[in-house]
Design a protein around this ligand. Sequence first.
Ligand code: COA
Length: 326
Amino acid sequence: MNVRITGTGSSLPGKILTNAELETLIDTTDEWITTRTGIKERRIAADGEYTSTFAAEAARRALAMAGVEPEEIDLIILGTVTPDFPFPSTACIVQDLIGATNATAFDLSAACSGFIFGLSIAEKYIRSGAAKKILVIGSEILSRIVDWQDRNTCVLFGDGAGAVVLEASEGDHSLLSTHTFSNGTYWNLLYQPGSGSRNPATDSRTIDERRIYLTMEGNDVFKHAVRAMEEAAVKALDANGLTTSDISLLIPHQANQRIIDATAKRLGLDSGRLFTNLHRYGNTSSASIPIALDEANRQGVLKPDSKLMLVAFGGGFTYGSALINW
Ligand code: COA
């Protein structure tokens, strides 16, 4: 049984926060952010907008493109590190919002690799015959866990959601492979110290000592990200007997233009085969690849039978790839 992406969707907050506006909030410049990251602006959720809000809207758009009714969905997998609540899963809230009454739903915590990990699980459900129609979603409101006093991190992240519908298919337009990896040695280079069981939100020190916010060793993360994304992409090529020259388009996790360029260079991929939109959205973690995939799809960039590579890296560390015959 093959696994086809039959619909893509995305949803972003209306509010845009530009680098110029950030210059008025913290000690930074548009020039620094642009040259170090490639980011020009990001979207920020408004009061009353939650991770489930954007996840549900992205899912509705993916379902509409696929021509699939919510009741037909067997499984919802939602990658996020910024759920509506610690529990229940945001996937269950999305199930309720979109009326996917026959689905099993759960959240998946793999940071910025959450969407690729979700695709990998979904692929196995479908190939085994356990499910026929699956929603995989990445949705984040990172603006609510970044420290807006920390210029090292707050300039990098943004909010939004992307989703795909996967269906069992007999044809060749299919996921060819997914590969996932974890390296827990480096869990503390990129994480949110507070609000879990070690530094509970119920302990006033979690707030007072600013442990509630995301923290990152940027330089170390940068080096690991480039090596890991290259490794994940090469694994996918080798598993399918392909080389870089067979790849029509690479959609990498949108963290930093320099990470993307360095990864592409190591793979020998020219910039014409790279899809990026991080200048408009920043790093939206698990949402970044499905948002970019939806934009590429709706712009007609993806041609039938072209080989599409998705590659991700995130906190954990986690990393992975998906190769698709579109
Ligand atoms: N504006 C202005 N200056 C800033 C700044 C900002 N927003 N943020 C940091 N700086 C300063 C630093 O304080 C430092 O100053 P100092 O030399 O006086 O101490 C200087 O810029 C250089 O910092 P450095 O860390 O060497 O910059 P860098 O070139 O490594 O870029 C990152 C920093 C964070 C952009 C880069 O390391 C990165 O992108 N890392 C990966 C992050 C990532 O993508 N994480 C998610 C992965 S899923």
